[in-house]
Design a binder for this molecule. Structure first.
Ligand code: NAD
Length: 265
């Protein structure tokens, strides 16, 4: 019987997008600690260098920092081609980027949709197409998309985000039927997770509603059976599992890591 311990991903190579903060950063750290050689991609080089230093301190394999804007398709293509040329196949891909801003859906214009569509769906699609040949060569591939619980239940005042998340989930499910055996795609759906994104949303809600940010956070925690905001490390733990050989039979699912916020699924 094969050893399916979730720890057995050491020696693999991963590309983690949106790795300079929040869930992406936690996923990069957790994969590195599991012995994976991580390429961390985000726009700000200095934040990636800080992450690389933290990884070295933990004794994990070196982390490679790749500053790049996921919305800049030609730059992204160039960067990924070079990564593969210089370092060989990448078997684990974590698609993750900043969420679209909040606001009423009816006031959204074309660019409000196009910009997040580029950094979420189009960038993820480009990356899958670029990395797939290497995954096939290694007979091992794990594609993990960080989306949102809004895949199952639209979040009020996040209409553009809800729309893009729905498209991502449909894209991933369609791909799960096309990818060859050994190469899986799955989604992780965060609920209220204590990151910069959540602080930003609390700020937006506070200025709209006149309530304080701490009152908004208290309401959020009270609405979740787990009774707290989640730590991004908990989301990262799900990413590590889905990236591991142990998750080889898990294909095309959307896994909420939300403290029980979704009541109906
Ligand atoms: P975050 O804002 O803390 O981190 C987002 C990361 O993406 C950062 O590293 C940022 O620099 C990077 N990024 C943004 N735009 C980019 C671009 N154009 N190119 C390259 N990198 C870019 O967000 P988070 O809380 O870690 O959330 C990660 C994902 O999960 C987001 O899509 C978010 O909307 C979603 N989500 C988060 C929560 C939550 O409560 N935190 C809940 C549901 C869904």
């Amino acid at each position: 019987m094969p050893d399916l311990s979730p720890q057995h991903i050491d020696g693999r190579r991963a590309l983690v997008c949106g790795a300079s903060s929040g869930i992406g950063r936690a996923a990069a750290l957790a994969l590195a600690r599991a012995g994976v050689s991580v390429v961390a991609l985000a726009r700000t080089r200095s934040k990636l260098i800080e992450l690389a230093e933290e990884v070295v301190e933990t004794g994990a394999p070196d982390l490679e920092a790749v500053p790049c804007d996921l919305e800049n398709t030609s730059e992204l293509e160039l960067r990924v081609d070079r990564l593969i040329e210089e370092g060989g196949p990448i078997e684990i891909l974590v698609n993750n980027a900043g969420g679209p801003p909040g606001g009423p859906l009816l006031s959204a214009n074309e660019e409000d949709f196009l910009s997040p569509f580029r950094r979420h769906l189009l960038a993820s699609h480009l990356l899958v197409r670029k990395l797939l040949p290497g995954m096939i060569e290694r007979n091992y591939g794990r594609i993990i998309n960080i989306i949102s619980i809004s895949v199952y239940e639209p979040v009020p005042n996040l209409g553009v985000s809800n729309t893009i998340r729905g498209a991502m989930a449909a894209w991933a499910k369609s791909l799960s039927n096309e990818l060859p055996p050994g190469i899986t795609i799955n989604n992780v759906l965060p609920g209220y997770t204590d990151t910069d994104r959540l602080h930003e949303l609390a700020g937006e809600q506070a200025s709209r509603s006149g309530r304080t940010q701490s009152e908004i956070r208290r309401r959020w925690t009270e609405s979740v059976p787990e009774g707290r905001l989640l730590d991004p490390c908990e989301t990262a733990a799900a990413v590590v599992f889905l990236a591991s050989p142990a998750a080889g039979g898990v294909r095309g699912i959307s896994l909420p890591v939300d403290g029980g916020r979704l009541r109906g699924i």
